[in-house]
Design a protein around this ligand. Sequence first.
Ligand code: MD3
Ligand code: FE
Length: 217
Amino acid sequence: MQHDLFDTRAAGPGEPRPLADGAWHLPGFALEGELALLAAVAAISAAAPFRQMDTPGGYRMSVAMSNAGSLGWVSDAHGYRYATIDPLSGQPWPALPECMLQLAQAAAAAAGFAHFQPDACLVNRYAPGSKLALHQDRDERDFSAPIVSVSLGLPAVFLLGGLRRSDPTQKVLLQHGDVVVWGGPARLRYHGVSTLKPGLHPLLGAQRINLTLRRAA
Ligand code: MD3
Ligand code: FE
């Protein structure tokens, strides 16, 4: 068998790589637990089905979303907010799966953020053609907590901007199993996801799933 010393993907997760001040890319960090994560996503979406939310500006998002944890992010004609109840079911969101909590805490610690206590996991589902416009995540109470993102399925081009919407963006390819920790000065940077290209992932088929673990309250 041929091994490439410089291919961390073949050897499993390597060192966190700095993406920006406060942002750390952990390529392949979620690979070891991928099957547990996929089972957890299936359980979440069975209780709280993926749905395309409406924006206060009157658009329907192309990304379909669900949530786990004591709080879930919702958007409708009235605005964006965190809510304890899934408006679709009238029930609390499913509990944050232990495998997601463990992964998020381990990734945050590897990036230098000790004691990360997420209470929300937003689950985004991209079909080919879906995209996420440039935005800031600022509906959380405490911006000193990082956000941990986990990419599963088809690869996507992630766009990382600056603190102003007009700042230039850099492209980062996020692949199945990649984790990124966004904290400190990176926490309020604008970011988005380019239109997902068609493809078939061996485990997930024609989709990309992104988990973002957050401290919302
Ligand atoms: C940079 N999700 O759910 S994850 C989101 O791939 C979101 O679905 C994207 O943006 C996705 O809000 C990107 C990477 C990410 C998440 C949160 C961030 C990057 C971030 C917060 C601040 C800066
Ligand atoms: Fe975001």
